[in-house]
Design a protein around this ligand. Structure first.
Ligand code: SAM
Length: 382
C-alpha cells in the first residue's frame, strides 16, 4: 500500500470522496481541498483514469517535521529519487505552504531541487535538469506550520485537462468543476440537460462523458505515472481496456447547448466533433433571452453566465439578470435551473430566491452555484 493525496477544487471534496469510495480505495480522509487515500498502483491508475473531480493524484514519498529550511533539504535528500525516475528526466518542484513560518517559498523550492539533484549525483553521478514548464516529473511539497510532505505527481498534466477541449472562449470553467456541478444539480443521464450559454462546451462535454460512461482519462492523454520506474504497463493496459469496454456507443443523449456567440458555438462544435461526441448533443445558436426550452419535458438547465469584470459589463449584467429571470419564468416552467456566478448581486437582481446557494471556487474566483426551481404551471420560482 502506498499513500496518496488527490487535490480538488474547494467545495467538492465530498464528491471526490464518493468517487474514491466507489473505486474501493482505502483509508479515505477528506480534508479541505482534497482527499487522502491508501492504495496499490492499480488503485492509483484507476483514480487517475476515472476521477472526474480530482485535479491530480499525488504519491507521498516523504513526510516529517521541520523548523528551518535545512530540515526540508534533509527530508528531501533522504528520498531515494533515483529509484523512482532517471536523471535524464526533467523535474519541476512546486511548493504550497499554509501557516508556515518560513519566509521564502522560492528558497524552499530551490532547497528541495538541490536535495533531489544532490541525491542523484551521489547515487548516479548525474543530476536531472529543471524544466519549469513541461517537466517529466513534478515534485510537490506541502508545508504546514510544523510538517513537510513531499509528493511525486502521478498525473502529469492536471486531470481536468481531459484532452478533449482544444478550443476555448473567454472564462472557460475547469472540467472537474463542471463535472462536480453536474453531480450537484442531481441531473440524471437520460433526462434533458441544457446549457444555454455553453461557451466552449465544457458542461456539454462532461455531461456526454457521464451519460455514455466514458472515463475522463480514457481519451488518449498521458499520465505522470507512465514516466516512473515502477510503472506497470500491463496493469495500466488492463485498466484502460476495461474502461474502453465499459463506454457505451455514442448516440443522442438528450444534451442540448446554445450560445449567442457564433465563435463560442463553433468552439463547442469543434470540441465535440474532435472527440467524436457530436452525435450525443443538439446544438443551435441563440440568445437565452428569446430561446425556447429544447424539450417539452422539463429537465436541468446549467450555465455560467459572463461574470463581468469592468464596470460597464457589471451594468450590462444588472440589466440582463431580470430579463433572464423572466425568460426562465416564461419558457422554463418545471425546469431546474442552476447558475454559477461570482456576481453575488445575481439572485436579488433576478428577484428570485435560490433554493440552494453552494459556495465553490472556479480557479481562484469565489463563486456561488444557485439553484432556481421554476415551478411548472406558474411563473414563480419555488
Ligand atoms: C463564462 S462564458 C461560459 C463558459 C463555458 N461554461 C465554458 O466552460 O466554456 C459565458 C458565455 O455566455 C455567452 N452569452 C452571454 N450572453 C448570452 C446570452 N444572452 N444568450 C446566450 N449566450 C450568452 C457568451 O457568449 C459566453 O460564451
Amino acid at each position: 500500500m502506498e499513500n496518496f493525496f488527490a487535490p480538488c477544487p474547494r467545495g467538492v471534496e465530498t464528491l471526490l470522496e464518493g468517487e474514491f469510495d466507489a473505486l474501493e480505495l482505502k483509508n479515505l480522509k477528506r480534508v479541505p481541498g482534497g482527499v487522502h487515500f491508501d492504495s496499490d498502483w492499480l488503485g492509483c491508475y484507476s483514480a487517475n483514469l476515472y476521477s472526474r473531480i480530482a485535479t491530480r493524484v499525488l504519491w507521498r514519498v516523504a513526510h516529517g517535521p521541520y523548523a528551518v529550511e535545512d530540515d526540508i533539504y534533509r527530508l528531501a535528500k533522504d528520498v531515494p529519487w533515483h529509484r523512482f525516475f532517471s536523471p535524464a528526466q526533467t523535474i519541476r518542484v512546486g511548493v504550497t505552504a499554509v501557516k508556515s513560518p518560513l519566509k521564502s517559498l522560492e528558497f524552499i523550492t530551490l532547497r528541495i531541487k538541490d536535495a533531489v539533484c544532490d541525491r542523484f549525483r551521489a547515487e548516479t553521478g548525474q543530476r536531472p535538469s529543471v524544466d519549469t514548464r513541461e517537466a517529466d516529473i513534478r515534485i510537490h511539497a506541502f508545508i504546514d506550520a510544523e510538517r513537510c510532505t513531499l509528493y511525486i505527481d502521478t498525473s502529469g498534466a492536471p486531470l481536468h485537462q481531459r484532452g478533449l477541449r482544444r478550443k476555448t472562449v473567454d472564462a472557460p470553467i475547469k472540467e472537474n468543476l463542471a463535472a462536480a456541478i453536474l453531480h450537484m444539480t442531481g441531473w440524471q443521464p437520460g433526462t434533458p440537460l441544457y446549457d444555454p450559454m455553453c461557451g466552449s462546451g465544457t458542461f456539454l462535454l462532461e455531461a456526454v462523458q457521464i451519460a455514455l460512461g466514458i472515463a475522463p482519462g480514457a481519451s488518449g492523454r498521458s499520465f505522470g505515472f507512465q514516466g516512473l520506474k515502477n510503472f506497470q504497463p500491463e496493469i495500466w493496459k488492463a485498466v484502460l481496456e476495461t474502461a474502453h469496454a465499459r463506454a457505451k456507443p455514442v448516440r443522442f443523449a438528450q444534451i442540448y447547448g446554445s450560445d449567442s456567440s457564433p465563435v463560442a458555438l463553433r468552439a463547442t462544435l469543434a470540441n465535440l466533433d474532435r472527440a467524436g461526441l457530436l452525435p450525443a448533443v443538439s446544438l443551435k445558436p441563440g440568445d437565452i433571452l428569446d430561446t425556447d426550452a429544447p424539450t417539452e419535458t422539463p429537465g436541468t438547465l446549467v450555465a455560467n453566465p459572463p461574470y463581468g469584470e469592468r464596470l460597464s459589463e457589471l451594468e450590462e449584467l444588472a440589466a440582463f439578470y431580470p430579463r433572464l429571470a423572466s425568460a426562465f419564468k416564461r419558457r422554463f416552467a418545471g425546469w431546474n435551473c442552476w447558475l454559477l456566478s461570482s456576481d453575488t448581486r445575481m439572485p436579488k437582481l433576478m428577484r428570485l430566491t435560490p433554493g440552494r446557494k453552494i459556495p465553490l471556487f472556479n480557479g481562484g474566483l469565489e463563486c456561488r452555484l444557485y439553484e432556481f426551481r421554476m415551478v411548472s404551471g406558474s411563473n414563480r420560482a419555488k
